[in-house]
Design a protein around this ligand. Structure first.
Ligand SMILES: [Zn+2]
Length: 305
């Protein structure tokens, strides 16, 4: 499996844009979207400024179409964990994601040397529940023009609840770095939103000038059908963490940003019913087997204009 999905550098100064697909192996739309974008760049011989790099996150899990093999490749990016892996822990057997982490980091670092006006890393994900269209970014960069160009709900403080995300690790390494969730895993809409969204990012970062005869981005059309129903900027109130052996089952019918009331029965596990501890909106309800987070409850902190 080739980790490198594409590189495009036409020798003009500008930003570095790294596009990551399938850090969770079953979230394939990001990979297809990156391939679509590279195909158009080449077919139309577009002379972009800066460098665009497409990288596949978890190659071993991607081949098996599962989220991960030994551990979640998007919950392990703490300084201590990464430096232990780099140190190649004497005598220990490396797990699949240990190798993925080292190879992925190597690929990112290889393409990051050089002089760039900005460094942007977009981590493309999809969700197991519907309406999963949003951006996750640390608060201090939530108003970056590239992020604003996507006009999706922005989750500003997820890092307080999730340790070891790749976006947080790269945020501390001088990247404007965010997760771009395209929607339901494997859906046509997620693929279209990711493909068009990457073009919006390329335009907003000034790497390519938008032209009328290039119809790569159908972003406005796609967004129009659902964006009015979604919040603008949200903050996390609560996380339901799953422990091994919990037998967590989310009640059916929840999608991202569905309204919930305090006391509502949301899920069950081996210990009984799980009630909403706060009123707000449900976020990332888990409808697949693998995952440590059952659901989050979020609240809107800034409305859509
Ligand atoms: Zn994911």
């Amino acid at each position: 499996m080739n980790r490198l999905l594409g590189v495009r550098d036409c020798g003009k100064p500008g930003p570095l844009l790294i596009l990551l697909g399938a850090v969770h192996g079953n979230e394939t739309t990001g990979v297809f979207a990156v391939e679509n974008v590279f195909r158009s760049l080449e077919e139309w011989d577009i002379q972009n400024k800066g460098k665009i790099v497409g990288i596949l996150g978890n190659t071993r899990a991607y081949e098996k179409n599962i989220r991960y093999l030994d551990y979640d490749l998007n919950r392990c990016w703490t300084d201590s964990f990464v430096s232990e892996r780099k140190g190649n822990i004497q005598g220990s057997v490396l797990q699949a994601e240990d190798l993925e982490l080292l190879e992925l980091l190597g690929e990112i670092e290889k393409h990051s040397t050089g002089d760039y006006s900005t460094r942007i890393l977009v981590d493309l994900h999809a969700t197991s529940s519907d309406n999963g269209n949003f951006v996750v970014i640390p608060q201090d960069e939530a108003d970056h023009p590239v992020v604003k160009s996507l006009r999706l709900p922005i989750i500003v403080d997820l890092e307080k609840y999730l340790e070891g995300t790749l976006l947080e690790y790269m945020h501390h390494r001088n990247f404007v770095s965010f997760a771009f969730e395209g929607g339901l895993i494997g859906s046509e809409r997620a693929l279209n939103l990711h493909t068009s969204g990457i073009w919006e990012i390329i335009y907003a970062s000034g790497m390519v000038e938008r032209r009328k005869d290039h119809e790569f981005s159908k972003y406005d059309q796609i967004l129009e059908s659902f964006i009015h129903k979604l919040p603008h900027k949200v903050s996390v109130l609560y996380r339901h963490k799953i422990h091994s052996g919990d037998q967590f089952i989310m009640n059916p019918g929840y999608t991202n940003f569905s309204k919930v009331k305090k006391g509502e029965i949301l899920a069950k596990d081996g210990k009984g019913e799980i009630l909403a501890k706060e009123s707000g909106m449900i976020f990332m309800p888990l409808y697949q087997e693998l995952g440590d987070d059952g659901f989050f409850i979020v609240e809107e902190i800034e409305g859509r204009l």
